[in-house]
Structures are given as C-alpha cells and as structure tokens.
Design a protein around this ligand. Structure first.
Ligand code: FAD
Ligand code: EPU
Length: 338
C-alpha cells in the first residue's frame, strides 16, 4: 500500500481548490482497501474520505484524515437474458468511458448520461442524472464495503433509496460504506429518451436520420460541451445547488408575482430551475476575485484560478440568502462540502 503524507489534493478536485490531505493512498484492489481500513482501525484512527474523480466536492479546509483514492478497475458483462445485458463496473472506472464502452457495444440505457465527469463508484451516491435519465433507471445492484464490520454487502435498488440526487449513502448510511462496484441492467432493444431539453433540436442540427444510442450520446455530448464549463479550463463541480421542489400551491402564489417563472409539475409538487431563480437575483456572470457564478449557466459556481473553498462556499451562502429573500425558496447545495 502506498501512503503519502500532507499530500496536495489540487490535482484531485475539479474545482481546482488547493487543499492537502494528512494521509493519502490510492487503492487498486479490494484486498488493498481491506488492509488500509484495518490499519486505520488499529493504529491511525482518523476520518476517511473516499475520493473518486473529485467532481462533486468542495474542499473548504485541509482534510485532517486519510483520503482513499478509489482506483478499482474492471468492466465485465456478467450475465444476459432475453431482454437485458448486466454490466458490472468497478468503482474506480471513469464514468464516461463506461458509457462509451456500453454505447459501442449497443448496450442501451446509459447514453443520456454521457460526459458526466467522475467515477462509477460515486454514481449511485447521488443517483446522477441528466437529460431525462437517472442511475436508478438502469441500476441493478452494487457491492459495498462496510467500514465498521469490514464486510462486503450487496444492495439492490430498493435498499439504495434513490431520489433526486439522493441515496441512502448520502443520508442514513453516510460515511459507513465504500462502494466497490455497480452492476447496470442495460437493454438489448433500446428505448430512446429524446424529449428532454435540447436533445431533439440538437439531433436535427446534426441531421440525424436514423436514431441510435450513439447519436443520442453524441447529441448529449454536444449540448453539454456548449453550456457547461470544462473543469480543465475553469474549476467547477457542475450544478452547485439542486433544483428546488416546491408545493404546487406555493408555485401558484409565486406565479402571481413572477408570471414567467418556469416550473415542471409532478403530482402536487413543482420543480423550479434554480438557474432561473439565481439569474433573477442578478448573480449570472457575477465574479468576486476568482470565485464566480458562470455566465452561461448560473447554477454552476466556478473557480477562475486561485479561489479558496471558503470563498466559493461564502458566495453560495450569499446566493442562497438572496433567493430566499426574493422568492421564499431555500436552495440546497448539491456539492459535497468537505
Ligand atoms: P467525488 O467528487 O470524488 O465524490 C463525491 C462524493 O461521493 C463524496 O462524498 C465522496 O466521498 C463519495 N464517494 C465517491 N466515491 C465513492 C465510493 N466508491 N464509495 C463511497 N463514497 C464515494 N452530476 C450529475 O448528476 N449530472 C450531471 O449532469 C453532472 N454534470 C456535471 C458537469 C460538470 C462539468 C461537473 C464538474 C460535474 C457534474 N456533475 C453532474 C457532478 C459529478 O460529476 C457527479 O456527482 C459524479 O458522480 C461525481 O463523481 P466523482 O467520482 O467525481 O465523485
Ligand atoms: N436557466 C436560466 N438561465 C440560464 C440557464 C438556465 O434561467 O442561464 C433555466 C431555464 O429555465 C432552463 C432551466 O434553467 O430551461 C434548466 O436549465 P438546464 O437545462 O441547463 O438544466 P438544469 O436544471 O440547470 C439539470 C441538472 C444538470 C443536468 C441538466 C440536464 C440539477 C441540479 N442539475 O440542470 O446536472 O446536466 O439538468 O439534465 O438537477 C449536475 O448535477 O452537476 C448537473 C450539471
């Protein structure tokens, strides 16, 4: 096992925040992980942070514990039946490479989730989603390491308690498990999801005459590249806040004051785009030092260079306050604050 002390986390978080970890170890096998956990229990006794691609984290201080960088590799077709392929991916696999692996083999279901940064292991943590599809729609099961008991446990979909950017691993079982692998159930005959957002318009612009999971993947990649900042160029962690879900009654009251407020109804609730609320409060394109609110998508907070995690966090607090004052809606942060 490799162990680094006072190790820089700058290359390992897409926000580009300069923070350090007291201890840092890459882990490439379940055995190595098991040895590390036992060693920590016996002698170190420090908090652990499991790191994937660092694309949904904001470091607001140095991490005074042990960062375990998940590098478990492998993608395998473990089973198939008449309708489905069952593909198991280890937690350290790059998410987009898994998507391309499946798209190239005509395993359908992940194509709308193309180009989301990060690793497979984090994908069920918050039920990643984009363009009308969430992990829960293609999830079969996962294997996770129980830190206290040092045992491997399987979770089916119901046990993961998936919700909008939520799972049991973010709530009741927070910090108790390390996700080792995820198995996806992917269709042999695809069901295309093209009605969401700009997909249809993009397919038209691409002059696609025969729809396939590859063309959908390509369209999603083009849309994402056109509006989200590339973390290689501008530090960010995607949407910083969740889109708030409010009661239909509250939405109707807001409509009386803000006639053009967008909203997506679902039973007795309405999901309101946080980007719109933030833009209405005047934050779109705002910049203070190197911390800012992205000028093409205000739901994304950005680090233009050397912003600290605290500066980004403080900006998020000011945005939450102003949205609360203007609309009476409390925005919830989506990014994990460390
Ligand atoms: P990390 O940031 O490394 O970790 C996230 C959290 O999960 C941390 O709390 C970490 O401790 C925990 N964790 C990570 N791996 C494990 C594991 N194996 N076991 C237990 N806990 C673990 N998200 C979307 O849902 N949809 C989008 O469209 C989207 N677009 C994005 C666009 C950009 C430009 C960026 C930068 C981010 C975007 N995101 C999006 C957010 C991010 O890509 C996802 O949340 C992704 O799943 C995070 O993966 P990661 O490996 O980087 O996780
Ligand atoms: N909008 C504005 N101003 C803007 C941009 C958007 O008012 O400058 C409003 C518009 O009303 C627009 C709406 O916001 O119709 C929605 O915008 P967009 O389609 O860009 O999606 P989003 O709701 O902001 C969500 C996810 C993204 C995901 C996209 C596509 C959340 C928190 N975010 O963003 O996920 O990629 O939909 O499905 O649900 C992430 O989680 O990091 C992430 C990027």
């Amino acid at each position: 096992m490799q162990l680094f002390e006072n190790h820089s986390l700058l290359p390992y978080n897409t926000f580009g925040i300069a923070a350090t970890a007291k201890y840092f170890s890459p882990v490439r096998s379940t055995n190595e992980l098991d040895a590390l956990i036992r060693e920590n229990k016996k002698s170190f006794q420090v908090p652990l942070l499991i790191l994937g691609g660092g694309s949904n984290l904001l470091f607001t201080k140095d991490f005074n514990g042990w960062v375990v960088k998940n590098e478990l590799q492998g993608i395998e077709l473990v089973r198939e039946d008449l309708e489905y392929y069952y593909v198991k991916a280890m937690a350290g696999e790059n998410w987009h490479e898994l998507v391309l692996h499946c798209v190239n083999r005509n395993y359908a279901g992940l194509e709308n989730l193309s180009l989301i940064p990060g690793k497979v292991g984090a994908s069920p943590m918050q039920n990643i989603g984009a363009y009308g599809v969430e992990i829960k729609d293609v999830f079969f099961e996962l294997e996770a390491y129980h830190i206290a008991e040092q045992q491997i446990v399987r979770f089916g979909a119901a046990e993961c308690e998936f919700g909008y950017r939520e799972s049991v691993f973010k709530r009741a079982l927070k910090n108790q498990y390390i996700i080792l692998s995820v198995t996806f159930r992917l269709r042999k005959v695809p069901v295309f999801h093209t009605s969401y957002g700009a997909i249809e318009k993009e397919l038209e612009a691409m002059q696609v005459d025969s729809l396939s999971i590859k063309t959908i993947s390509d369209a999603v990649i083009r849309i994402r590249n056109s509006k989200l900042p590339d973390p290689q160029k501008i530090g960010n962690a995607g949407s910083f806040f969740k889109n708030p879900v409010i009661a239909a009654e509250q939405y109707m009251q807001l409509q009386e004051r803000f006639s053009n407020i967008p909203g997506y109804a679902n039973a007795a609730t309405v999901k309101v785009p946080a980007a719109w609320l933030i833009e209405q409060c005047g934050w779109k394109g705002y910049r203070s030092g190197d911390a800012g609110c992205y000028n093409q998508q205000p739901l994304v907070l950005v680090n233009y260079g050397t912003a600290t995690g605290t500066e980004i966090f403080d900006l998020s607090t000011r945005i939450i306050q102003s949205v609360q004052e203007k609309f009476g809606i409390l925005l919830e942060r989506e990014v994990n604050i460390i």
